[in-house]
Ligand binder design. Structure first.
Ligand code: PHE
Length: 342
């Protein structure tokens, strides 16, 4: 009898060891496991048969061991079944040699890329980024910027009016943020204002009814035209390459005096003349000037104490130059064949 007890203890030990190293990676292997350890014909069935022959005083101890190993086998079966059902690789209905389904990752829109690049350059020069509303009143879009009522310069802005009294407009430039900043904060400050603007223009390859601008404003004691020139000179070299030169042409904006249009040397033909620069060797990138004292006064800043410069450029225009594109409409068509190239 003792022999039988020892034999059963030994068998249970071996079963436990076997269970510990058991594995199943296919449904067939799992079935083998089930037959051997779980089914009616399992190793436990014969052990339970032998169990009946044991003397009563041994039944408690061996019974406990038997149940423990059997419970362990059931838990192990559940675990293996879970693994097999999850693993599709071992499922023969799946052909693992087939190529995978390609996942097309999105990309950052070229306007956004250009916008980030412009911000990056100016942030390194100490400019903050400021934001403002796209729906604006007459004061912030025009009057405070020295566009008196009925001034001819208003017509140049091709405005979308949102109210009959013409007091509510879709902003025609991000200069409205300059007014908000100067009215709300005390100088000195240096900021750029990127954002979307709207103009009631016929849509063509060169003009759209909405586009994006980045304007810049620097107000401090003794800021002058040469600070403006150096800032845009640095920007042009960073944006278009270190050989880029700039040229300033006299211009007119109601809110700056003097005003200048900024041209850069054509970085494509290097001045030899090409389609992009219309064979002049120069391309226009921005409007700029020294902030008119009237504008400072309109915002509660004393022009005898502070001065500043401002500039504004179209992001689409910069992106078109940078990527050598000839149609502004591409940016808003959402044609993935176009967008994926960036
Ligand atoms: N606001 C002008 C425009 O939209 C650009 C500009 C900004 C010009 C600042 C000079 C100074 O055309």
């Amino acid at each position: 009898m003792l022999k039988l007890v020892l034999k059963m203890i030994d068998q249970l030990k071996k079963i436990k060891e076997e269970l510990l190293i058991s594995a199943a990676s296919t449904k067939e292997e799992l079935e083998d496991f089930r037959v051997k350890f779980i089914s009616k014909k399992s190793v436990f069935s014969s052990l339970f048969e032998k169990f009946k022959e044991l003397p009563d005083e041994k039944k408690k101890e061996i019974g406990q061991r038997l149940n423990e190993v059997k419970t362990f086998a059931q838990a192990r079966f559940k675990e293996l079944a879970g693994q097999v059902n999850q693993s599709h690789v071992t499922d023969e209905s799946v052909d693992v040699s087939l190529p995978t389904v390609p996942v097309q990752a999105g990309s950052v829109h070229p306007i956004t890329q250009t916008y980030f690049r412009i911000i990056e350059i100016f942030e390194r020069l100490g400019f903050n980024v400021e934001d403002g509303p796209e729906i604006e009143d007459d004061w912030h879009n025009f009057t405070a910027l020295n566009f008196p009522p009925n001034h001819p310069a208003r017509q140049m802005q091709d405005t979308y009016f949102l109210s009959d009294d013409k007091n509510c407009v879709l902003r025609t430039h991000t200069s409205n943020v300059q007014i908000r900043l100067m009215s709300d904060e005390k100088p000195p400050f240096r900021a750029i204002m990127p954002g979307r603007v709207y103009r009631n223009e016929a849509i063509s390859s060169r003009a759209h009814c909405f586009f994006h601008q980045v304007e810049g404003l620097s107000i401090d004691k003794a800021v002058s035209f040469k600070d403006l020139k150096q800032t845009l000179y640095h920007f042009s070299k960073e944006m278009f390459g270190k050989d880029t030169e700039i040229r300033l042409r006299p211009s007119y904006f109601p809110f700056t005096e003097p005003s200048a249009e900024i041209d850069i040397s054509c970085f494509i033909c290097k001045g030899d003349g090409c389609k992009i620069c219309k064979h002049t060797g120069w391309v226009e990138i921005a409007g700029s000037g020294v902030v008119d004292p009237n504008v400072l006064e309109n915002c509660g800043i004393d022009p005898s104490e502070y001065s500043g410069f401002a500039f504004g450029m179209g992001i689409e225009r910069i992106a078109m130059l940078k990527y050598q594109l000839d149609d502004i409409r591409r940016f808003s068509e959402n044609d993935l064949r176009f967008l994926r190239q960036f």
